[in-house]
Write a protein that binds this ligand. Structure first.
Ligand code: FES
Ligand SMILES: [Fe+2]
Length: 334
């Protein structure tokens, strides 16, 4: 399955501190734990959340640090200790036994980027989704989520690309009922996914501390099957100077084919507003989306374009479905 070779976000880096954390990815139970590097926090590890001895969840265990400073994950059941490579280093019931190499936990690739822990289930030469705004020092990064959503990851991504719902689902915030017409926009394929440019909207309150409505111009980019970004700037066609811009990354973890965990990373020029205020705004917007998302049937995104009706206003969605099809994605689609 191609999805197992891709990198997926599974938790915020700040969630993985000194005890194991249970996560889920593509139907697999995963345990995350962080070793120690000297006196500070070290690397994050992602393993199957299943002890190879009797199948207990390793996430119930604890992180142990020995006198040399080496870290291991100790199973909660019989105390077997697994070093940071996954090898079993100690069976407490047989303290002098040297476990063979085959006594090991199942390990996955783990990496930290953009404030999140990323996991790849099957080793392959694939890179993380790009997020250029993250390295822009003039933009402040604020994480929102996780949000648990009872639908497939592709339904969440498609909703993020969809502007025609603003006036209805986000009335008074991202849209208004007297400006429902959607101007034409362009969609193209990119190296990583798709890009939609020239997307325009009138937004009564386009961000947390907007004091008045604004014409906003968006660029959307799908950068991986379950990851997308939008960049908002005031509409250049109105001739007003660009006073602010923001980029929002959507990261979706496909937990199961019909459940997802979602984060947003906001990259904003606003360094003054409290992070909690920016997060509250995003929470409000996403809580408006969630019941609609969870009501959609089928929960898996139909890739056959004849399965649902499409108009020109939906061309970003249609391009996204074609891209998933061409990429060989099978998880969360039908
Ligand atoms: S089940 Fe983990 S040590 Fe026995
Ligand atoms: Fe929405």
């Amino acid at each position: 399955m191609i999805e197992r070779m891709l990198w997926h976000p599974v938790a915020l880096s700040t969630e993985v501190v000194d005890r194991p954390v249970a996560a889920q990815l593509l139907g697999e139970a995963v345990v995350l734990w962080r070793d120690r590097a000297g006196s500070g926090p070290g690397r994050v590890h992602a393993w199957a959340d299943k002890c190879p001895h009797r199948g207990a969840k390793l996430s119930l265990g604890r992180v142990q640090v020995d006198v040399q400073g080496a870290s291991s994950l100790e199973c909660a059941y019989h105390g077997w200790q697994f070093d940071s490579t996954g090898h079993c280093a100690l069976v407490p019931a047989l303290p002098t036994f040297a476990p063979p190499a085959a006594h090991c936990a199942k390990t996955f690739q783990a990496h930290e980027a953009y404030g999140l822990v990323w996991v790849q289930l099957d080793a392959a030469q694939t890179s993380l989704p790009v997020f250029p705004a993250h390295t822009d020092e003039n933009l402040r990064k604020v994480h929102c989520g996780p949000y648990e959503v009872a639908t497939s990851a592709p339904r969440v991504v498609e909703n993020f690309l969809d502007m025609a719902h603003f006036a209805f689902v986000h009335e008074g915030y991202l849209g208004a009922r007297d400006t429902t017409a959607q101007a034409d926009y362009a969609v193209e394929r990119t190296m990583h996914g798709i890009r939609a440019t020239g997307c325009r909207a009138w937004q009564p309150q386009s961000h947390a501390n907007a004091s008045q409505g604004a014409d906003v111009s968006y660029t959307y980019e799908v950068v991986a099957p379950y990851a997308a970004q939008l960049t908002k700037v005031p509409d250049p066609l109105t001739g007003k100077p660009v006073e602010w811009r923001e980029s929002i990354a959507l990261w979706v973890c496909p937990l199961t084919p019909e459940t997802s965990r979602v984060w947003f990373t906001m990259a904003v020029a606003d360094f003054e507003t409290a992070a909690s205020e920016l997060q509250n705004f995003q929470n409000t917007i996403f809580m408006q989306d969630k019941p609609v998302l969870e009501s959609q049937t089928p929960a898996r995104l139909p890739l056959d374009l004849r399965a649902e009706l499409h108009t020109t206003a939906d061309k970003a969605s249609a391009a996204y479905r074609r891209y998933l099809q061409d990429s060989g994605i099978t998880f969360g689609v039908c």
